[in-house]
Design a protein around this ligand. Structure first.
Ligand SMILES: Cc1ncc(COP(=O)(O)O)c(C=O)c1O
Length: 352
Protein backbone atom coordinates (compact mmCIF):
# COMPACT_ATOMS: atom_id res chain seq x y z
CA UNK A 1 0.00 0.00 0.00
CA UNK A 2 1.17 3.49 -0.77
CA UNK A 3 2.19 5.61 2.18
CA UNK A 4 -0.32 8.45 2.25
CA UNK A 5 1.25 10.25 5.20
CA UNK A 6 1.79 13.90 4.41
CA UNK A 7 5.33 15.17 4.60
CA UNK A 8 5.75 17.44 7.60
CA UNK A 9 6.60 21.07 7.02
CA UNK A 10 9.51 21.72 9.34
CA UNK A 11 9.44 25.26 10.66
CA UNK A 12 11.38 24.41 13.78
CA UNK A 13 14.97 24.27 12.49
CA UNK A 14 15.67 27.69 10.99
CA UNK A 15 16.39 26.18 7.62
CA UNK A 16 15.77 27.68 4.21
CA UNK A 17 12.43 27.10 2.59
CA UNK A 18 13.17 28.46 -0.87
CA UNK A 19 15.28 26.94 -3.62
CA UNK A 20 19.01 27.34 -4.09
CA UNK A 21 20.08 30.13 -6.43
CA UNK A 22 20.22 29.18 -10.13
CA UNK A 23 23.98 29.82 -10.08
CA UNK A 24 24.51 27.40 -7.18
CA UNK A 25 22.46 24.76 -9.01
CA UNK A 26 24.41 25.38 -12.20
CA UNK A 27 27.77 25.22 -10.42
CA UNK A 28 26.84 21.88 -8.91
CA UNK A 29 25.73 20.50 -12.27
CA UNK A 30 28.91 21.63 -14.00
CA UNK A 31 31.35 20.54 -11.31
CA UNK A 32 34.20 18.57 -12.80
CA UNK A 33 34.62 15.41 -10.69
CA UNK A 34 38.29 15.27 -11.67
CA UNK A 35 38.79 18.39 -9.56
CA UNK A 36 38.48 16.05 -6.60
CA UNK A 37 41.70 14.30 -7.58
CA UNK A 38 43.80 17.04 -6.00
CA UNK A 39 43.82 18.77 -2.63
CA UNK A 40 42.15 22.12 -2.12
CA UNK A 41 45.11 23.91 -0.71
CA UNK A 42 46.99 25.99 -3.25
CA UNK A 43 50.50 25.80 -1.81
CA UNK A 44 52.09 27.23 -4.89
CA UNK A 45 49.88 30.34 -4.87
CA UNK A 46 50.45 31.00 -1.19
CA UNK A 47 46.76 30.91 -0.35
CA UNK A 48 44.80 28.58 1.88
CA UNK A 49 41.87 28.06 -0.41
CA UNK A 50 39.93 29.50 -3.29
CA UNK A 51 37.00 30.35 -1.05
CA UNK A 52 38.96 32.09 1.66
CA UNK A 53 40.81 34.09 -1.01
CA UNK A 54 37.46 35.07 -2.51
CA UNK A 55 36.07 36.03 0.89
CA UNK A 56 39.22 38.03 1.56
CA UNK A 57 38.58 40.14 -1.52
CA UNK A 58 34.90 40.61 -0.76
CA UNK A 59 35.49 41.63 2.82
CA UNK A 60 38.77 43.40 2.23
CA UNK A 61 40.39 41.23 4.89
CA UNK A 62 43.76 39.44 4.41
CA UNK A 63 43.12 35.83 3.50
CA UNK A 64 45.30 34.78 6.41
CA UNK A 65 42.69 36.26 8.79
CA UNK A 66 39.93 34.01 7.51
CA UNK A 67 38.98 30.57 8.78
CA UNK A 68 36.62 28.01 7.28
CA UNK A 69 34.68 25.27 8.97
CA UNK A 70 32.06 22.59 8.68
CA UNK A 71 29.29 25.12 9.33
CA UNK A 72 29.43 27.96 11.83
CA UNK A 73 28.88 25.23 14.40
CA UNK A 74 32.29 23.76 13.74
CA UNK A 75 34.16 27.05 14.08
CA UNK A 76 32.22 27.87 17.24
CA UNK A 77 32.98 24.52 18.78
CA UNK A 78 36.63 24.64 17.80
CA UNK A 79 36.95 28.17 19.12
CA UNK A 80 35.30 27.57 22.48
CA UNK A 81 37.13 24.26 22.97
CA UNK A 82 40.44 25.77 21.98
CA UNK A 83 40.19 29.00 23.96
CA UNK A 84 38.85 27.44 27.13
CA UNK A 85 41.28 24.57 27.09
CA UNK A 86 44.42 26.67 26.69
CA UNK A 87 43.46 29.06 29.50
CA UNK A 88 43.32 28.60 33.24
CA UNK A 89 40.39 30.99 33.25
CA UNK A 90 37.41 28.87 32.11
CA UNK A 91 34.81 31.62 32.26
CA UNK A 92 32.63 32.19 29.24
CA UNK A 93 29.82 34.75 29.13
CA UNK A 94 26.77 33.91 27.03
CA UNK A 95 23.42 35.69 26.56
CA UNK A 96 20.63 34.70 28.96
CA UNK A 97 18.44 33.62 26.06
CA UNK A 98 20.54 32.03 23.39
CA UNK A 99 21.22 29.00 21.25
CA UNK A 100 21.39 26.08 23.73
CA UNK A 101 24.48 24.80 21.93
CA UNK A 102 26.81 27.50 23.31
CA UNK A 103 26.40 26.22 26.84
CA UNK A 104 26.57 22.61 25.67
CA UNK A 105 29.94 23.17 23.97
CA UNK A 106 31.35 25.01 26.96
CA UNK A 107 30.06 22.26 29.30
CA UNK A 108 31.86 19.64 27.21
CA UNK A 109 35.17 21.00 28.40
CA UNK A 110 33.98 22.09 31.85
CA UNK A 111 33.74 25.76 31.03
CA UNK A 112 32.14 28.06 33.57
CA UNK A 113 29.07 29.64 31.99
CA UNK A 114 28.04 33.10 33.08
CA UNK A 115 24.82 34.52 31.72
CA UNK A 116 24.30 38.16 30.87
CA UNK A 117 20.87 39.67 30.35
CA UNK A 118 18.67 40.26 27.37
CA UNK A 119 15.54 42.26 28.14
CA UNK A 120 12.14 42.35 26.61
CA UNK A 121 10.40 45.68 26.12
CA UNK A 122 7.95 47.14 23.60
CA UNK A 123 7.70 44.05 21.46
CA UNK A 124 11.38 43.39 21.07
CA UNK A 125 14.32 41.94 22.90
CA UNK A 126 17.55 43.83 23.39
CA UNK A 127 20.91 43.39 25.04
CA UNK A 128 21.40 45.25 28.31
CA UNK A 129 24.69 46.82 27.30
CA UNK A 130 25.54 48.50 30.61
CA UNK A 131 24.93 45.29 32.47
CA UNK A 132 26.95 43.29 29.95
CA UNK A 133 29.91 45.64 30.40
CA UNK A 134 29.53 45.61 34.18
CA UNK A 135 29.48 41.79 34.37
CA UNK A 136 32.41 41.47 31.97
CA UNK A 137 34.52 43.79 34.08
CA UNK A 138 33.54 42.03 37.28
CA UNK A 139 33.98 38.46 36.04
CA UNK A 140 36.81 39.03 33.55
CA UNK A 141 35.76 36.03 31.40
CA UNK A 142 38.25 34.46 29.05
CA UNK A 143 35.58 34.44 26.35
CA UNK A 144 32.54 36.62 25.74
CA UNK A 145 30.04 35.29 23.24
CA UNK A 146 27.63 37.68 21.55
CA UNK A 147 25.08 36.59 18.98
CA UNK A 148 23.68 39.09 16.55
CA UNK A 149 20.99 38.41 15.42
CA UNK A 150 20.37 36.24 18.45
CA UNK A 151 18.58 32.91 18.37
CA UNK A 152 15.78 32.62 19.55
CA UNK A 153 15.02 36.24 20.39
CA UNK A 154 15.78 37.63 16.92
CA UNK A 155 17.32 40.89 18.16
CA UNK A 156 20.63 42.35 17.04
CA UNK A 157 23.33 44.26 18.84
CA UNK A 158 23.66 47.42 16.73
CA UNK A 159 27.19 48.12 15.50
CA UNK A 160 27.66 51.25 17.60
CA UNK A 161 26.65 49.35 20.74
CA UNK A 162 28.93 46.49 19.81
CA UNK A 163 31.87 48.87 19.49
CA UNK A 164 30.99 50.37 22.86
CA UNK A 165 31.03 46.91 24.42
CA UNK A 166 34.31 45.93 22.77
CA UNK A 167 35.98 49.11 23.95
CA UNK A 168 34.72 48.83 27.52
CA UNK A 169 35.41 45.21 28.45
CA UNK A 170 38.81 43.87 29.59
CA UNK A 171 41.18 44.06 26.60
CA UNK A 172 42.30 40.45 26.95
CA UNK A 173 38.79 38.97 26.88
CA UNK A 174 38.32 37.12 23.61
CA UNK A 175 35.06 38.01 21.92
CA UNK A 176 33.25 35.57 19.66
CA UNK A 177 30.61 37.25 17.58
CA UNK A 178 28.14 34.76 16.18
CA UNK A 179 26.63 36.38 13.11
CA UNK A 180 25.07 33.23 11.66
CA UNK A 181 21.80 35.02 10.86
CA UNK A 182 23.33 38.13 9.36
CA UNK A 183 22.02 39.28 6.04
CA UNK A 184 24.78 39.72 3.47
CA UNK A 185 24.54 43.33 2.32
CA UNK A 186 27.08 46.03 1.67
CA UNK A 187 26.60 47.57 5.09
CA UNK A 188 26.98 44.24 6.89
CA UNK A 189 30.20 43.43 5.03
CA UNK A 190 32.06 46.72 5.32
CA UNK A 191 32.55 46.86 9.07
CA UNK A 192 34.31 43.51 9.48
CA UNK A 193 37.79 44.59 8.32
CA UNK A 194 37.78 47.65 10.56
CA UNK A 195 36.41 45.72 13.53
CA UNK A 196 39.01 42.95 13.56
CA UNK A 197 41.75 45.52 13.08
CA UNK A 198 40.56 47.64 15.96
CA UNK A 199 39.81 44.66 18.23
CA UNK A 200 42.50 42.01 17.65
CA UNK A 201 40.85 39.67 20.16
CA UNK A 202 37.72 39.35 18.06
CA UNK A 203 36.47 36.36 16.09
CA UNK A 204 33.43 36.91 13.86
CA UNK A 205 31.65 33.78 12.66
CA UNK A 206 29.32 33.60 9.67
CA UNK A 207 27.77 30.79 7.69
CA UNK A 208 26.24 29.77 4.38
CA UNK A 209 23.38 28.09 6.26
CA UNK A 210 20.94 30.94 6.84
CA UNK A 211 20.92 33.92 4.44
CA UNK A 212 22.48 31.75 1.71
CA UNK A 213 20.15 28.90 2.59
CA UNK A 214 22.67 26.07 2.32
CA UNK A 215 22.66 24.33 5.72
CA UNK A 216 23.15 20.98 4.02
CA UNK A 217 26.42 22.22 2.53
CA UNK A 218 27.93 22.56 6.02
CA UNK A 219 30.06 25.57 5.34
CA UNK A 220 30.91 28.37 7.71
CA UNK A 221 33.58 31.07 7.77
CA UNK A 222 35.09 33.43 10.23
CA UNK A 223 37.32 36.49 10.51
CA UNK A 224 39.78 36.84 13.34
CA UNK A 225 41.89 39.65 14.75
CA UNK A 226 45.67 39.30 14.85
CA UNK A 227 45.88 38.19 18.46
CA UNK A 228 44.01 35.00 17.61
CA UNK A 229 46.51 33.59 15.13
CA UNK A 230 46.98 30.50 17.31
CA UNK A 231 43.32 29.72 16.86
CA UNK A 232 43.73 29.94 13.11
CA UNK A 233 46.56 27.40 13.29
CA UNK A 234 44.37 25.15 15.40
CA UNK A 235 41.30 25.42 13.20
CA UNK A 236 42.80 25.35 9.73
CA UNK A 237 43.00 22.05 7.90
CA UNK A 238 46.53 21.61 6.65
CA UNK A 239 45.42 19.98 3.41
CA UNK A 240 42.58 22.37 2.86
CA UNK A 241 38.84 22.25 2.90
CA UNK A 242 36.48 20.73 0.33
CA UNK A 243 36.62 21.69 -3.33
CA UNK A 244 32.99 21.06 -4.18
CA UNK A 245 31.72 22.85 -1.10
CA UNK A 246 34.01 25.80 -1.73
CA UNK A 247 32.87 26.10 -5.31
CA UNK A 248 29.22 26.16 -4.26
CA UNK A 249 30.03 28.68 -1.53
CA UNK A 250 31.56 31.01 -4.11
CA UNK A 251 28.50 30.55 -6.35
CA UNK A 252 26.30 31.51 -3.39
CA UNK A 253 28.38 34.63 -2.74
CA UNK A 254 27.90 35.55 -6.39
CA UNK A 255 24.12 35.16 -5.98
CA UNK A 256 23.52 37.89 -3.43
CA UNK A 257 20.77 39.50 -5.54
CA UNK A 258 18.83 36.27 -5.54
CA UNK A 259 19.22 35.79 -1.79
CA UNK A 260 18.42 39.41 -1.04
CA UNK A 261 15.14 38.95 -2.91
CA UNK A 262 14.34 36.01 -0.66
CA UNK A 263 15.32 38.06 2.40
CA UNK A 264 12.89 40.75 1.28
CA UNK A 265 10.11 38.20 1.02
CA UNK A 266 10.92 37.04 4.53
CA UNK A 267 10.83 40.63 5.79
CA UNK A 268 7.40 41.10 4.26
CA UNK A 269 6.12 37.92 5.85
CA UNK A 270 7.51 38.96 9.24
CA UNK A 271 5.37 42.09 8.88
CA UNK A 272 2.38 39.85 8.28
CA UNK A 273 3.04 37.96 11.51
CA UNK A 274 3.45 41.21 13.42
CA UNK A 275 0.33 42.79 11.99
CA UNK A 276 -1.97 39.81 12.26
CA UNK A 277 -0.91 38.17 15.49
CA UNK A 278 -0.08 41.21 17.62
CA UNK A 279 -3.78 42.05 17.51
CA UNK A 280 -4.72 38.83 19.27
CA UNK A 281 -5.31 38.87 22.97
CA UNK A 282 -2.25 37.72 24.91
CA UNK A 283 -0.03 37.37 21.84
CA UNK A 284 3.22 39.21 21.19
CA UNK A 285 5.25 38.82 18.02
CA UNK A 286 8.79 40.10 18.60
CA UNK A 287 10.67 42.10 16.06
CA UNK A 288 13.15 39.75 14.38
CA UNK A 289 16.22 40.31 12.22
CA UNK A 290 16.53 36.61 11.40
CA UNK A 291 14.77 33.97 9.30
CA UNK A 292 12.46 33.07 12.19
CA UNK A 293 10.01 34.84 14.39
CA UNK A 294 9.39 34.43 18.12
CA UNK A 295 5.77 34.51 19.22
CA UNK A 296 4.46 34.67 22.77
CA UNK A 297 1.05 33.09 23.22
CA UNK A 298 -1.33 32.56 26.16
CA UNK A 299 -0.05 29.37 27.77
CA UNK A 300 -3.58 27.95 28.12
CA UNK A 301 -3.68 27.73 24.31
CA UNK A 302 -0.56 25.57 24.06
CA UNK A 303 -2.27 22.23 23.48
CA UNK A 304 -4.83 23.67 21.10
CA UNK A 305 -2.11 25.37 19.06
CA UNK A 306 -0.03 22.20 18.96
CA UNK A 307 -3.01 20.17 17.80
CA UNK A 308 -4.08 22.66 15.16
CA UNK A 309 -0.59 22.89 13.68
CA UNK A 310 -0.02 19.13 13.89
CA UNK A 311 -3.23 18.55 12.03
CA UNK A 312 -1.74 20.43 9.09
CA UNK A 313 1.63 18.67 9.54
CA UNK A 314 3.33 21.89 10.48
CA UNK A 315 6.09 21.63 13.07
CA UNK A 316 7.17 24.76 14.93
CA UNK A 317 9.40 24.97 17.99
CA UNK A 318 7.46 25.27 21.24
CA UNK A 319 10.05 26.75 23.58
CA UNK A 320 10.57 25.22 26.98
CA UNK A 321 13.16 27.35 28.70
CA UNK A 322 13.16 29.52 31.80
CA UNK A 323 11.02 32.61 31.13
CA UNK A 324 10.62 31.54 27.56
CA UNK A 325 8.08 28.78 27.90
CA UNK A 326 4.91 30.31 26.48
CA UNK A 327 6.69 31.12 23.25
CA UNK A 328 7.06 29.44 19.92
CA UNK A 329 9.84 30.01 17.45
CA UNK A 330 8.60 29.75 13.91
CA UNK A 331 11.00 29.52 10.99
CA UNK A 332 9.72 31.43 8.01
CA UNK A 333 8.50 29.30 5.16
CA UNK A 334 7.40 30.46 1.74
CA UNK A 335 4.64 33.08 1.81
CA UNK A 336 1.76 30.63 1.30
CA UNK A 337 2.95 28.57 4.27
CA UNK A 338 3.44 31.67 6.44
CA UNK A 339 -0.11 32.75 5.63
CA UNK A 340 -1.36 29.30 6.52
CA UNK A 341 0.42 29.37 9.89
CA UNK A 342 -0.93 32.82 10.66
CA UNK A 343 -4.45 31.64 9.81
CA UNK A 344 -4.18 28.53 11.97
CA UNK A 345 -2.97 30.57 14.94
CA UNK A 346 -5.66 33.21 14.45
CA UNK A 347 -8.40 30.60 14.19
CA UNK A 348 -7.16 28.80 17.28
CA UNK A 349 -6.94 32.00 19.31
CA UNK A 350 -10.37 33.25 18.28
CA UNK A 351 -12.11 29.89 18.65
CA UNK A 352 -13.80 30.03 22.05
C1 LIG B 1 22.77 31.06 16.61
C2 LIG B 1 23.36 30.06 15.67
N1 LIG B 1 24.66 30.12 15.40
C3 LIG B 1 25.25 29.26 14.57
C4 LIG B 1 24.52 28.27 13.96
C5 LIG B 1 25.31 27.33 13.11
O1 LIG B 1 24.80 27.01 11.90
P1 LIG B 1 25.70 26.20 10.85
O2 LIG B 1 26.54 25.25 11.61
O3 LIG B 1 24.71 25.51 10.00
O4 LIG B 1 26.50 27.22 10.13
C6 LIG B 1 23.14 28.14 14.22
C7 LIG B 1 22.33 27.09 13.59
O5 LIG B 1 21.14 26.98 13.73
C8 LIG B 1 22.55 29.07 15.10
O6 LIG B 1 21.25 29.02 15.41
Amino acid sequence: MKDKKEKPIYLDRNEFNYEVSPLVAESLASFNPNDLCTYTRYFQDGIKSELSAYLGELYNVPESNIVLGYGGEHILKNAIHYFLSVAKNKKIMIPSYSWWYYKAIADEIHGENIKYPIHEANGEFSYDIDKLIEIANQEKPYVLLIATPNNPTGNILPLEDLKRVLAAIPADTIVILDEAYTIFRKNTVQYIAELIKEFPNLLVIRTFSKFFGLPGLRLGYGFYGNKLKNFEDFNTMYLGYNKLTEKLGIAALKSTDYYNDVAQKLDKDKELYLKELNRLNGFTVYKSHANFILVKYPIELKEKLQKALNKEHIIVKFMNEDNLNSHMRITLGQTNVNKQVVDIIKKTALDK
